[in-house]
Each structure stands twice: as structure tokens, then as C-alpha cells.
Write a protein that binds this ligand. Structure first.
Ligand code: BGC
Length: 221
């Protein structure tokens, strides 16, 4: 009887996870966002728990200055609504620092977005790089970047930090079925005032800030 009940429990948990698309086989370089509006407060609202996680954990080999086991990594979950794309980052980073002079060298996360997915090799008005450091300082670059388009909240925890971002979609048509170009990056300032590692989701070169042609794909569900 107990064996029968535990088998039923396992089947029902697996079915629920499958139906929520949490265990669907990930396709390399393809991210999904469900529709929904979270509060931007660096707290993990229930709705986030229903979203698949994308792993930002691959080092850029030639820029790695520390053991890759010590490198900061993250999971990212995505949501969208009529105006915004939302990203929740849970970052594992054992030493937090924002001492480096360059914002991209501080402990921070970066979301690269090509809203029309036209894969231009330089940034057009639909392309921008959005960065938030672990202390919640926002920065960014690219022809399509406007600081007014991004809101963010951060919180530290025992293992690192959480970043919640809302990015206003100024060029994309926010509806189910829309696709955009996207890439994720974690910058790790380990124990000197410089960047010691970069972890990325898909394209393993440090050129996403100037070339959108190698981004992965985001699908709005
Ligand atoms: C890159 C840096 C670059 C910066 C420019 C970062 O994503 O990793 O190398 O200088 O973007 O914004």
C-alpha cells in the first residue's frame, strides 16, 4: 500500500513539473518567459517558482583568472507582461565586491537584449545591455539603452545575492509568440579590484556587449 501511494505521489509530482515546463528538456540557447507580473522587490514571489530556470554557469575560458569551481554563477527565470520583461537572478557568489572601477568588473549581472531579433553585428535602437551590481546599482550600454527603461531590486543572502529586474520593452511587440535575442552574463570580482571571471548562458565569448548576432533566443509563451 505504502509503495503504491509513493508511486502515485512520484507520478503526480512528475506530471505537475512536466505540465509547468520545469523539467522539459532544455534546448541550448533557447529561453522561455511565461506571462506574469512580479513585484520588483528582490523577494521570490510564488509565480517565479512556476518558471523554468536557465543556467548562467559557463566560463569564458580565456578570461578566467580563478578556479572555475569558485566562479560566480546564476540561475535566471523570466516573466513578461504588456510592457516589461522580468528577470529573477539567483547568484551564487562567495565574495561580494564592487571595488573595481569599471561597472562591468564589479560583482554584477548583465542581460543583453535584441528586441527585434535582427541579429545585427553592432547595437541598433532595439538593442541594449542592462547591468545591475549586487548592491542594486544600475548601468548599461548600447544604442537602445535608456536608464529609464530598467528598474531593479537586489538582496544579499548566505550564498550570494538575488537580482530582480524589470526591463521596459520599447521595440518588441509584447504578445505570446514574440521572439527576441537574449544573452545572460555574471561578472565576478573575486578578491582583487578587477574582474576574475565571467559566466555566460550561451555564447562563450566576451563580445555580447557589441554584437547581437550570436545571442540565444527568447520566446514569450
Ligand atoms: C563586457 C566587457 C565590456 C562591457 C561594456 C561587458 O559585458 O564583459 O568586456 O567592456 O560589457 O559594456
Amino acid at each position: 500500500m505504502i509503495r503504491f501511494l509513493s508511486a502515485c505521489l512520484i507520478i503526480s509530482l512528475a506530471t505537475t513539473a512536466w505540465s509547468q515546463n520545469l523539467t522539459a528538456k532544455p534546448q541550448k540557447g533557447v529561453a522561455f518567459a511565461k506571462k506574469g507580473t512580479p513585484n520588483i522587490d528582490a523577494k521570490i514571489d510564488g509565480i517565479w517558482k512556476t518558471c523554468p530556470k536557465f543556467l548562467v554557469n559557463q566560463p569564458i575560458a580565456e578570461l578566467l583568472e580563478i578556479d572555475s569551481k569558485e566562479m560566480a554563477t546564476a540561475t535566471v527565470r523570466l516573466l513578461w507582461d504588456d510592457r516589461y520583461l522580468y528577470a529573477l537572478w539567483v547568484v551564487k557568489d562567495s565574495k561580494l565586491s564592487a571595488d573595481a572601477g569599471d561597472d562591468w568588473a564589479q560583482d554584477s549581472v548583465e542581460l543583453f537584449l535584441d528586441q527585434l531579433q535582427d541579429k545585427s553585428t553592432s547595437y541598433d535602437t532595439d538593442d541594449a545591455q542592462y547591468r545591475v551590481n549586487y548592491e542594486g546599482i544600475i548601468s548599461g550600454q548600447g544604442t537602445g539603452y535608456d536608464e529609464a527603461d530598467i528598474k531593479a531590486a537586489t538582496a544579499k543572502n548566505k550564498k550570494g545575492y538575488v537580482v530582480e529586474m524589470a526591463i521596459r520593452a520599447h521595440a518588441a511587440d509584447m504578445k505570446a509568440g514574440t521572439i527576441m535575442g537574449i544573452e545572460f552574463q555574471v561578472n565576478d570580482e573575486h578578491d582583487r579590484a578587477q574582474r576574475d571571471a565571467i559566466a555566460k548562458w550561451f555564447h562563450l565569448k566576451d563580445d555580447s556587449w557589441q554584437d547581437t548576432s550570436t545571442f540565444g533566443t527568447l520566446k514569450l509563451k
